[in-house]
Design a protein around this ligand. Structure first.
Ligand SMILES: Nc1ncnc2c1ncn2[C@@H]1O[C@H](COP(=O)(O)OP(=O)(O)O)[C@@H](O)[C@H]1O
Ligand SMILES: [Mg+2]
Length: 363
């Protein structure tokens, strides 16, 4: 008897392992599931039945009938489950195919088993990011089409006029220099942004007195402010505040914020650069008494190539890159940058920088 039981047990173990090995090699999840259910039910039942027949030899038909019934129920369940999994995967397959065919707005449907739903979610996040990148590229091409071609076309016209003897070189030289400077500024901005986007920016960090940064930046815009009839003021409560930063990059951020503020402030208005200590950070705010920021501007002003009034670019206002660069530079320092409307009117753009180790400004 012991030998027969051992034989039955050994045979069922062998049969189960063999069948599982064959199933594991299958390529269809559905077939694997159905096979697994059939295996799970039939191997133990066959083992129980055969030992029952050996030992008792009675009621074998009834036991066989029950075994078949249980097996069929398990198979039906596995078939249903397999179908659900398969249809989830089919739905998921359509979205990458659509993206590959160029429809970047295609998204995988959500729902279904948790693992497949998680896969759909990851795919959708990836598709969203891809769409953003392609949008940025489209905007870059549109922007290059306009902002780079306009000064080049104007340079060509001036050169042709000089060649044809319609104008003297001296007459056009200052205009040509201005166009070349505008062009090189745009190209520099583009490279800076590309480096920031690629995370390929080297910061020469040192401890710099915040007052020196403020003074230098205000000095650089003084002439433009005077020409626009705008008063520029600096508010540095404590001259000993020191920040850990790359001074040239912070200078760049301040220049971008101050030029924006000047351009949006009417004659006799005021632009103010104010510092405030906040624990381990120093807040630098550029405020103006201009029109302030409408909701769309607030939502989009830090986007690449976005500008409130594209027509303004013609009088040299920029290509909508200034704030995108400012944000990239501030974040590279581990700071944050944001914009808000002032209660008494006008805009306020604020960024934070880490204070130098061992120097903690008060609140
Ligand atoms: N101080 C400000 N007041 C009002 N609007 C502003 C101010 N600063 C920025 N903006 C808005 O944000 C947009 C994006 O600014 P920016 O990235 O510097 O690009 P650009 O100066 O080339 O237009 C501007 O076109 C303008 O509409
Ligand atoms: Mg600007």
């Amino acid at each position: 008897m012991i030998a027969e039981v051992a034989l039955t047990a050994g045979t069922s173990l062998g049969a189960g392992l063999g069948a599982a090995a064959v199933l594991a090699r299958g390529r269809s999840l559905r077939v694997q599931l159905v096979g697994l259910a059939a295996l799970g039910v039939s191997v133990p039942l066959l083992a129980v039945l055969s030992s029952g027949l050996l030992m008792l030899g009675r009621d074998e038909l009834l036991a066989l009938g029950l075994a078949c019934l249980a097996g069929s129920a398990a198979l039906a369940g596995a078939l249903l489950l397999g179908r659900r999994i398969r249809s989830g995967i089919d739905a998921l397959r359509a979205a990458p195919a659509a993206v590959a065919a160029g429809d970047l707005s295609a998204r995988a449907p959500r729902g279904g088993p948790a693992e497949i739903d998680a896969l759909a979610e990851s795919f959708n996040v990836m598709a969203e990011r891809l769409e953003e990148l392609f949008d940025a590229r489209r905007r870059l091409v549109a922007w290059a089409g306009h902002d780079l071609r306009t000064p080049i076309a104007s340079l060509r016209v001036m050169i042709e006029a000089v060649e044809d003897g319609l104008a003297s070189p001296g007459e056009y030289l200052p205009h040509m220099r201005a166009q070349v400077e505008a062009l090189s500024g745009l190209v520099d901005d583009l490279f800076e942004l590309a480096r920031l986007d690629a995370g390929d920016l080297r910061l020469d960090l040192r401890d710099e007195p915040a007052a020196a940064l403020v003074e230098a930046a205000v000095g650089r815009v003084r002439a433009e402010a005077a020409a626009r009839g705008v008063h520029v003021a600096a508010d540095v409560p404590d001259p000993s505040w020191t920040v850990r930063c790359a001074p040239d990059k912070v200078g760049r951020v301040l220049d971008n914020l101050l030029t924006n503020a000047l351009r949006h402030t009417p004659r006799h208005g005021e632009v103010r650069l104010a510092l405030q200590g906040r624990g381990a950070e120093l807040e630098m705010a550029v405020e103006d008494s201009g029109d302030g920021l409408p909701p769309e501007t607030l939502a989009r002003m830090f986007d690449h190539f976005w500008r409130g009034d594209p027509a303004r670019a013609r009088d040299g206002a920029g290509a909508g890159l200034g704030l995108a660069i400012a944000r990239g530079l501030v974040e590279a320092h581990g700071g944050r940058i944001w914009a808000e409307n002032r209660e008494r009117g006008g805009a306020r753009v604020v960024f934070t920088l880490p204070v130098a180790a061992g120097v903690a400004p008060g609140g």
